[in-house]
Write a protein that binds this ligand. Structure first.
Ligand SMILES: [Zn+2]
Length: 165
């Protein structure tokens, strides 16, 4: 399925759970099993700057209810000194291919909830759109070459969904 198919399948009620406050986060945690909480979750930060969480392996586009996002990726939570904090956070979302700089939106959304967090994505994924074949590629180990056709990839992020419509 491409993003358009997923968007068509995404109904608003299937969107990720909005987490705006510490109370909403606590309520969400209570509904999770201990095993589930050891795994990362799918997240997006919606255009209102609100963190939305969905079970792991959920499509990011579905988590966002088909809307645009400020950031997206995977997030894990760990207990630290009796409190939940964000542990591992990545921008790994092949649905949105967010830029590494979208961390600031993630940081703001977590700060708003009052959750401790790292100072940057703990694993950064560098997405680029190939200028030749238009596929979205991931830059690996500083090697700016499209894995699909071998063309050179630009050094700056260029996967802006606003360019698509
Ligand atoms: Zn290519």
């Amino acid at each position: 399925m491409g993003p358009a198919d997923i968007k068509a399948a995404a109904r608003p009620e299937c969107g990720g759970r909005p987490i705006r406050t510490a109370a909403e986060f606590d309520g969400w945690v209570k509904e999770r099993s201990a095993t589930e909480l050891t795994e990362p979750f799918t997240f997006v930060v919606d255009t209102d700057g609100v963190l939305r969480l969905a079970p792991r392996r959920s499509e990011h586009v579905a988590c966002a209810g088909g809307d645009r996002v400020l950031s997206a990726g995977e997030i894990g939570f760990v207990r630290e000194a009796g409190r939940w904090v964000a542990g591992e956070v990545t921008n790994h979302s092949t649905g949105y291919c967010p830029e590494v700089e979208s961390w600031s939106a993630v940081a703001e959304s977590l700060d708003h909830v009052g959750l401790g967090r790292p100072s940057a994505f703990t694993h950064e994924v560098h997405f680029r759109r190939c200028p030749d074949c238009q596929d979205n590629s991931i830059v690996r180990e500083g090697y700016y070459v499209c894995v699909f056709c071998g063309a050179n990839l630009p050094e700056t992020w260029n996967v802006d969904p606003a360019d698509e419509d």
